[in-house]
Design a binder for this molecule. Structure first.
Ligand SMILES: NC(=O)c1ccc[n+]([C@@H]2O[C@H](COP(=O)([O-])OP(=O)(O)OC[C@H]3O[C@@H](n4cnc5c(N)ncnc54)[C@H](O)[C@@H]3O)[C@@H](O)[C@H]2O)c1
Ligand SMILES: O=C(O)C[C@@H](O)C(=O)O
Ligand SMILES: [K+]
Ligand SMILES: [Mn+2]
Length: 352
């Protein structure tokens, strides 16, 4: 029996609804498999925790997490209680950074049974490789002269190491897929970092002559996500561009509530973290209607990471069957609850 030790952080808002749903599916998947087991250890780190303790996680939080095979997280953020930059940098981004989860992979594809808002919802199947450790997400800068003459400076940080690492990951992924990488750039408007990004891309691509490439400005690229998403295979993007593109990836699938993500530690020193693209959705929290598919598909990505691709593929297949059968939450145009969608996924998984 293979055993996986998973640290579970439901976090805030609908994280507390979709994480338990995904754990139910994971337990069902383990039953179906017969040879694996999950040990879940839950941590209450969240904005509620912050209100009680003055921090998003305890001082030794990272030390505690380090011993696990993976971290399974829901969402972080409750702007009514804690400013977003405090809560995210205190938990989600802290873990990404300290655990050197330098790549964030976020697939999007045309899904059976989903109602895409696209006029021409052509078959598309793309994956965004988001640089996850630097770029526009930086603590370098500051604010002075509070008041009328206030000034805010936010520096972006692009290292050759981080840029090249994300690009190489994208090329290697493309070699296993349809052999195409698109670089998301903005070297017409961003004077230093994006020309640098382009230079590194042009260097790195020389090492992958079997992979075709394109370099497209992020504004045009965003439009192409809507008008012809089928043109993309792998897209490599900076931290912020990748963030924005992947909400859009969710939207063109039919709902941001189904988009999955994986924060990957490449050097094996720390666990990787699995959390969907969406946030804590305070507008629907507590109604029992959050779409659990993003979190469940994220669980599938965790299984892939563990080398259990076959089981992961079964989960994805069942998710598609369930949406095709019309068991969908309201964000996808259905009327099912989180619990009903989860129950149907488990039922079909057992019946496979
Ligand atoms: N990775 C993360 O933990 C993460 C990601 C994004 C936002 N956030 C945080 O979440 C909070 C809310 O942010 P936001 O409103 O910008 O983004 P959001 O993703 O939480 O919500 C955007 C919209 O999508 C809907 N939505 C999201 N997930 C859904 C699901 N599973 N099922 C059905 N509908 C869903 C919401 O109801 C809302 O209308 C903020 O505090 C933000 O900082 C956290
Ligand atoms: O900005 C972030 O990275 C937080 C959230 O929007 C995400 O996509 O994970
Ligand atoms: K999330
Ligand atoms: Mn985001």
């Amino acid at each position: 029996m293979k055993k996986f030790e998973i640290a579970v952080i439901p976090g805030d808002g609908i994280g507390k609804e979709v994480v338990p749903a995904a754990l139910t599916v994971l337990n069902t998947a383990a039953e179906v498999h017969g040879g694996i087991r999950f040990d879940f250890t839950e941590f209450p780190w969240s904005c509620d925790y912050y209100l009680k303790h003055g921090q998003m996680m305890p001082d030794d939080g990272l030390q505690i997490l380090q011993g696990f095979d993976a971290i399974f997280l829901g969402a972080v953020g409750n702007p009514r209680l804690v400013p977003d930059h405090i809560s995210l940098w205190g938990l989600l981004i802290k873990i990404r950074r300290e655990f050197e989860q330098v790549i964030n992979i976020r697939p999007a594809k045309c899904f059976k049974g989903l109602c895409s808002p696209l006029v021409n919802p052509n078959d598309f199947d793309l994956i965004v490789v988001r640089e996850n450790s630097e770029g526009e997400y930086s603590e370098v800068g500051g604010r002075i002269h509070r008041g009328e003459d206030e000034l805010a400076i936010q520096n972006a940080v692009f290292t050759r190491k981080g840029t090249e690492r994300a690009m190489r990951y994208a090329f290697e992924l493309a070699q296993k897929r349809r052999g195409h990488v698109t670089s998301a750039t903005k070297s017409n408007g961003i004077f230093h970092s994006m020309p640098f990004w382009d230079e590194v891309f042009n260097e790195v691509k020389q090492d992958y002559p079997d992979v075709a490439t394109a370099s497209i400005h992020i504004d045009a690229l965003a439009a192409f996500f809507v008008t012809r998403p089928q043109m993309f295979d792998v897209i490599v993007a900076s931290n912020l561009f990748g963030d924005i593109l992947t909400d859009l990836g969710g939207a063109i699938m039919g709902s941001i509530g189904i988009a999955p993500a994986a924060n990957i530690n490449l050097n094996g020193k720390y666990p990787s973290m699995f959390e969907p693209v969406h946030g804590s959705a305070p507008d629907i929290y507590g109604k029992g209607i959050a779409n659990p598919i993003g979190q469940i598909w994220t669980a599938k990505m965790m299984l892939d990471h563990f080398g259990e691709e076959e089981l992961g593929n079964k989960i994805l297949k069942v998710i598609e069957e369930v949406t095709e059968a019309g068991v969908k939450t309201p964000d996808m145009g259905g009327s099912a609850s989180t619990r009903e969608v989860t129950g149907e996924i488990c039922r079909r998984l057992k019946a496979l």
